[in-house]
Design a protein around this ligand. Sequence first.
Ligand code: GLY
Length: 561
Amino acid sequence: MRLRSGAFLLFVSCFFQAVAAVDRPPVAAIASAHPLATQAGMEILADGGNAFDAAVAVSAALAVVEPYSSGIGGGGFWLLHRARDGFEVMVDGREKAPLAASRDMYLDAAGEVVPGLSVDGALAAGIPGEPAALDHIARYYGRLPLARSLQPAIRLAREGFVVDARYRKLAQFRQAALQNDSQAGDIFLQAGEVPDEGYRIVQADLAATLTAFARFGTAGFYRGPVARKLVDGVRAEGGIWTLDDLRQYRVAERVPVQAEYQGLRITSAAPPSSGGIALAAMLNMLANYDLHALDSVSRTHVIIESMRRAYRDRSIFLGDPDFFPVPLKRLTSPAYAGQLAQSIQMDRVTPSSSLPGRDSSSGGRDTTHFSILDGAGNRVAATLSINYPFGACVVPAGTGVLLNDEMDDFSAKPGVPNVHGLVGADANAIEPGKRPLSSMSPTFVESDEGVAILGTPGGSRIITMVLLGILDHAAGNRPDSWVSLPRYHHQYLPDVVQYEANAFDEDGVRALAALGHNLKQLDSGYGNMQAIYWDRSNGQVYAASDPRGVGDSRVGLFGRQ
Ligand code: GLY
């Protein structure tokens, strides 16, 4: 018996050494916001695809079954890690402002923002980047043809998916705008009403558009009949797209933002996302404290104060780096964060009004995130969006493509909050061909002990959710804890701490209020985090989907090629 267990231990230790030597996870994992999208990714892994092929499949499937969150009429950021050489890149498929866009396009003659103009209707739509990004990922990083990875999405569009409670809630929220567009109303409503649970949403035009994309690649979307129908449909509804806009769209490869926190290497989204920079800034500030040694109120206080300062910088300095010189080095430097941390007082808040700058945002029912690890150790963290739920609520006739309203992520006018409550400055002013500033923060966290892949939707609250997830990881907890822990958020302006019902107990609320925090408990939870952790020390892979959503996380023996 002793000998047998000794032999077993020897085997186990040899196995761990083998795992460490080849640095491969024992299984693949996918966590996404919808079971059908996770299944689509697993199908592609089982067919010999790698994490990048699976990312194409999951993105396209989400475009069909989560029409309120993302789509081929939208964009996103795909953070990739290639195991073979450790290469990391962010594929930037963010929407761009049309070439006819102008700084004051959402203002009236008196210079005031016209309510809703950058949110509902064709004028709100930026030029989509998701199809170009999927083609790029399949072409340069995948193993399978684009057409193969799009198959599950085409099938789902053709055969339909079933309405659930989440769909109903978001369709109710956007019902009036959906009713205003006959195509969008026909597809996503039933005789103008929100369909019952169990109703099947079939998207025949979207299946045809995805098929054209599968056959011809980007030319099947950005040129030819689909492009013409998109432009005609947009212009018929007051939009300003041209065929040139679509023809000229290109993805960008960005160097991800890197930071270190307590021995963890954080890799996250680069501008035009504010996510990586704000995360780096907050973690660099928090590195000046021994968070574990602080009592829970003091710990929460310094975390909130770091959020306030990072979001203040977001509102002033961040925008599309192709148009604005984002001071990335300074904002992510520990020395600069040290100066900011010095201004944090332990016995009271720093009112946002005493920090010169401009406003920030909220939001959280839109956008989507998924995380993938394949058996070779390739990984993807991707956050995708059409902005507000169901985007602009416009579908150009004959395309099935639901348009984004990502133009609202620009600053329509300095100091005037957007639909997420965010404010901005010149860095994020509208210019032709420019990408609007985003909060999407697909993130990897790595150390010798393991690799985490995480992200979430949630408008401006995305970044603080990912921060809380990273801090929870640093405290030794696993994905099921990161995705479910109670959340709180501060974004500089409004000067309010938003928090989920169970984030603080009564004593905590009293103590934070005594420090001067203006606390607002939210009616419902927010976010929909999808996370994976590969623990290199025990060879286990853990995946978890946020209990606030209907997501599905699975591990499987695929993708070890
Ligand atoms: N549309 C949400 C974001 O990009 O932050």
